[in-house]
Design a protein around this ligand. Structure first.
Ligand SMILES: C[S@@+](CC[C@H](N)C(=O)[O-])C[C@H]1O[C@@H](n2cnc3c(N)ncnc32)[C@H](O)[C@@H]1O
Length: 363
């Protein structure tokens, strides 16, 4: 640990930044398939104050202009750590490091902004349930709890689905509401959320969205027929979550990439709330446990972020929802948001019971 700290102090000094805290956790290595070593990941979060508040750009959209610069800094850090013999990327990595950036309220400019990352995923493949179970204790547990769901592997070698946090939150909503749910899902991936709900007899209708043609094709070929056989009306719409249809719903699941969520909420927060009406609930899987930036942008104190020139208070769910809660579900961070105190209480109670407490901190 001491070695990493010395290496990183030096790294951040170059960017006029100070490390103010480090937090470590152990969790299942669910983003690698199969997971190397004993299947666990050691993840460190570096909380860092940036004295140059223009380091990630002086404005623009979080998804397209700001986050690619934060990601690029993460890539530079990975390179630096690789030089010191610590591997945090690639199929064999058993460590992860996240930068949690804070702006110095008295910060100024001075440096050239970090150039945006060019890393792009070129597509997805689907992992069938049997294979998921055979090579991952984490996913075997999810399959035991939520039924046969699919894995989603990107061409970068990262597993991005199923989302355990969303499955757990959807199951909690199913338990909290007496009747089958009308569900809208943005970033539906391989369609595991509707499958899990339908297998419990708790799905009335489903509108999914994804910007990947492969995911839509998989849905039409393998998921829609199963839902149809269970009597569920379902459709999947190709395109960005910024343009997706938002019919009236009891449950809105947001599984789009974390970095897309602040821009989505700023652009469509009022529409999301309107689709949910007086009793519906939104669930956002908003970040890895070790990487809370997006969670804090969606549900945090504006004062913490307002010195960034790109910060938009419209990112905050509090603008559109009266009741918001943060939970750890299946080792992922979940936000629930609603305008109904009854729905909030019912879903929160079920989630509290389901997730319990397991201390994941590093000793
Ligand atoms: C983390 S995966 C979701 C996995 C899903 N919950 C499952 O169980 O398979 C994110 C999905 O969101 C899609 N996505 C990411 N950003 C998006 C956006 N801006 N608009 C629409 N879809 C998006 C990706 O193509 C991917 O399928």
């Amino acid at each position: 640990m001491r070695e990493i700290l010395t290496e990183l102090d030096d790294f951040f000094r170059y960017y006029k930044a100070t490390v103010i805290g480090v937090r470590g956790i152990h969790r299942d290595n669910f983003e690698r398939f199969p997971a190397p070593g004993n299947g666990e990941l050691r993840a460190l979060s570096f909380h860092v104050v940036f004295h140059d508040v223009l380091v990630f750009g002086d404005g623009g959209d979080f998804l397209t202009d700001i986050h690619p610069r934060i990601a690029a800094l993460g890539e530079r850090l990975a390179e630096r750590l690789r030089g010191a013999g610590i591997e945090i990327t690639g199929p064999g990595a058993e460590d992860a490091v996240a930068i949690v950036p804070y702006p110095d309220p008295r910060g100024t400019g001075g440096l050239e902004p970090v150039p945006p990352s060019q890393r792009r995923s070129r597509g997805f493949s689907v992992i069938p349930p049997r294979e998921l179970r055979a090579h991952s204790p984490y996913y075997a547990r999810l399959l035991d709890t939520y039924g046969p769901v699919f894995g989603v592997l990107t061409t970068n070698g990262t597993v991005v689905g199923p989302d355990g946090g969303l499955l757990g939150a959807a199951a909690a909503a199913a338990e909290a509401f007496p009747d089958p749910l009308r569900v809208v899902e943005l970033g539906m991936g391989a369609g595991s959320t509707p499958l899990a709900l339908a297998q419990r007899g708790k799905l009335a209708a489903y509108t999914g969205n994804d910007f990947s043609a492969e995911m839509i094709e998989h849905f039409r070929r393998s998921v829609a027929p199963e839902l149809d056989a269970l009597g569920v009306r379902a459709e999947a719409v190709l395109g960005s979550c910024l343009d997706a249809p938002l019919p009236p719903a009891d449950l809105l699941c947001v599984g789009v990439y974390y970095q897309a969520q602040p821009s989505l909420v700023a652009a469509r927060g009022a529409e999301l709330a309107a689709a949910l009406g007086e009793s519906g609930v939104a669930v956002f899987q908003s970040g890895m446990l070790e990487d809370p930036l997006v969670t804090r942008l969606l549900y945090g104190d504006a004062a913490e972020h307002s010195a960034w020139p790109w910060y938009d208070p419209a990112f905050r769910l509090q603008n559109y929802f009266r009741w918001i809660g943060r939970h750890v579900v299946e080792q992922e961070t979940i936000l629930i948001a609603t305008n109904s105190l009854n729905s909030f209480r019912a879903v929160s109670r079920t989630l509290d019971r389901a997730s319990g407490f397991r201390d994941l901190s590093l000793s």
